[in-house]
Design a binder for this molecule. Structure first.
Ligand code: ZN
Length: 282
């Protein structure tokens, strides 16, 4: 086994629920585009791809066939062993079953687990009810999928600690701190330090800042020993006023920054060891 202490995991959040091609024409929305984008991100140094799918009109989709096609296309890419992380959210309109079914069928290594309900983008309510969080937690245990516990504010960490105590979430856990979502905590270093300090000692964690907070949160996360997430789900601009060319461009920058700081980007196999993930489908 290689020395993992110096390795940091780069996760690429490819599409998300909100941006469209009107925001950035380089955004991937079809299964073919998403699969190619994941492949290019993997070549650039990403160890994990976080996947959402879209309908023809670019709205978030809960269509299982779209998930299936996207994941099959990624898994068919030559030599690509990237870890897959499928969203369990997608849209506030989906039923609990629509949110869980693709995970059980497609068996990614990771699935997002949004540890609480919040007002989302000041437009709608992002429901993650106690009943849903229990159902999702046990479903992920049954399928041996690791929850990526997404944290948008401090209360969500306390929810996660409750579910750890209850056995709905199994330790060691993996957390994804997301700052800058309208309705959640903003992108400040103080917020990142505050949230990180609430996490259980034996966990792994990653973070990302949405929009212009992307860069400062990434730099602080590197300094604090966390893993990082980049990608157009969080940010469609490479610099102020400059649209990102691709997710791979974000991944390549993250890899360069890690290397300048004396770290290395983990390979997918190393990421599986660091996060304790099981590859169930070749
Ligand atoms: Zn997502």
């Amino acid at each position: 086994m290689s020395d993992l202490k110096n390795k940091r995991v780069i996760s690429a959040a490819i599409t998300g629920s909100w941006p469209t091609k009107a925001d950035n024409p380089n955004l991937s929305v079809t299964p073919e585009e998403i699969a190619e984008d994941v492949y290019e991100s993997w070549k650039a140094g990403a160890a994990i791809a976080h996947i959402h799918v879209r309908n023809e009109d670019q709205t978030p989709s809960s269509d299982f066939e779209k998930y299936k096609k996207t994941i099959e296309l990624i898994r068919a890419k030559k030599d690509c062993d990237i870890c897959l992380n499928i969203t369990s959210s997608g849209s506030v309109d989906f039923t609990d079953e629509e949110r869980i079914y693709p995970l059980q069928q497609l068996l990614p290594e990771l699935a997002s687990y949004d540890a609480g309900t919040m007002n989302w983008q000041h437009k709608s309510v992002f429901f993650n009810t106690p009943a849903f969080l229990e159902k999702l937690g046990y479903a992920l245990q049954e399928s041996n999928i690791k929850p990526e516990i997404e944290i948008f504010d401090g209360g969500m960490i306390y929810n996660a600690l409750h579910y750890i105590k209850k056995g709905v979430l199994l330790e060691p856990c993996h957390f994804q701190i997301v700052l800058g979502a309208p309705g959640g905590m903003t992108c400040t270093i103080e917020n990142l330090v505050f949230l990180r300090n609430l996490l259980p000692e034996n966990c792994t964690w990653s973070s990302c800042g949405i929009g212009k907070g992307h860069m400062p949160i990434m730099l602080a996360t590197i300094a604090m020993g966390g893993h990082i997430r980049v990608g157009m789900e969080d940010n469609v601009m490479y610099h102020k006023g400059v649209l990102a060319e691709s997710n791979a461009q974000f991944v390549a920058r993250a890899k360069r920054l890690l290397e300048e700081a004396g770290y290395e980007a983990a390979t997918p196999e190393e990421a599986r060891q660091i996060y304790g993930l099981t590859r169930k489908v070749k």
